[in-house]
Design a protein around this ligand. Structure first.
Ligand SMILES: Cc1cc2nc3c(=O)[nH]c(=O)nc-3n(C[C@H](O)[C@H](O)[C@H](O)COP(=O)(O)OP(=O)(O)OC[C@H]3O[C@@H](n4cnc5c(N)ncnc54)[C@H](O)[C@@H]3O)c2cc1C
Length: 249
């Protein structure tokens, strides 16, 4: 499995449950580290390792080897090779904006919009292609279905002259083995991080992320009830839990 983001990590879990021998490779330090921050990503790595997946993070892929016209292995940047009968590559996507480059519209990592999802007067964007200014989190682009739906409605309101800054609390979940991870907000890697329930080394847990004394995101690990409670705190940007020790996540 090349790429340990959402899709690679989920596919690794399914393949392993089907009895396949699985190696998960990613140049980043841990699976899903961009989405979850390093503390929770380390737990994801431990989960996969405990289930028998060989996790080769902080390791890039430089090429494939072949035998008889089909793949036989994956060459890694540390000089080693992983034998493979099947390779699944899940290394992310890029917004298709090349066709807009000469249009005069602002293009970067997507179509660059303001907080109202507007790129230019009368031109709005929604969904995976839209990079917009979130009032709380700054410029962001979200690749989730629910965001595409909500942002489509926000962009339509802008066109109708009823626009408001689009400020959703991003939400995603992922099911891997018997674990459901749920995240609200934007769990950035450089935010303060603290565990508020459970045991982050073993069993279910819930954690919050904070910045400037406010809760900005929450992640739960097999704790759906806590997820709902913490969502409210993320929405309200509740004060950072003063009694808890903080560490960088
Ligand atoms: C393998 C995979 C699994 C996923 N799983 C999940 C999941 O479990 N949950 C979740 O929330 N999200 C998931 N996603 C993400 C989700 O699919 C996207 O967030 C969602 O489809 C975004 O909708 P969209 O309308 O912005 O873009 P898309 O669904 O990509 O639609 C864009 C459309 O625009 C067309 N297009 C492109 N250029 C032009 C052009 N110049 N002119 C006209 N048309 C054009 C494309 O052909 C395409 O039909 C997954 C994505 C992938 C790839």
């Amino acid at each position: 499995m090349v790429g340990a983001g959402f899709l690679g990590a989920e596919a690794a879990a399914v393949a392993r449950e089907l009895g396949c021998s699985v190696t998960l490779v990613d140049p980043l330090s841990a699976p899903m580290v961009r989405q979850l921050g390093s503390a929770v990503a380390a737990r994801v790595a431990a989960l996969h390792t405990a289930r028998g997946v060989r996790v080769r993070c902080a390791t890039g892929v430089v090429g494939f080897t072949e035998e008889g016209g089909r793949v036989a292995g994956v060459r890694l940047d540390d000089g080693t090779e992983v034998p493979a009968q099947v390779v699944l590559v899940a290394i992310g996507s890029l917004p298709a904006v090349d066709w807009l480059r000469d249009s005069g519209l602002p293009v970067g990592d997507g179509l660059l919009c303001d907080a109202f999802c507007e790129a230019a007067p009368g031109v709005v964007a929604a969904g995976d292609v839209a990079s917009w200014l979130h009032p709380d989190h700054g410029r962001m682009r979200v690749e989730h279905r629910m965001n595409a739906t909500e942002q489509g409605m926000a962009a339509a309101r802008t066109l109708l002259g009823q626009g408001q800054p689009f400020a959703p609390v991003p939400y995603f979940w992922t099911d891997q083995y018997d674990v459901k991870i749920q995240a609200y907000g934007h769990p950035s890697a450089d935010a303060d991080f603290t565990v508020v329930a459970g045991d982050p080394d073993e069993g279910p847990f819930a954690a919050v992320y904070g910045r400037h004394g406010r809760i900005t995101a929450a992640v739960t690990w097999n704790m759906p009830r806590e997820a709902r409670t913490l969502r409210a705190q993320v929405v309200e940007r509740a004060p950072w839990p003063v009694e808890a020790a903080t560490a960088h996540g």
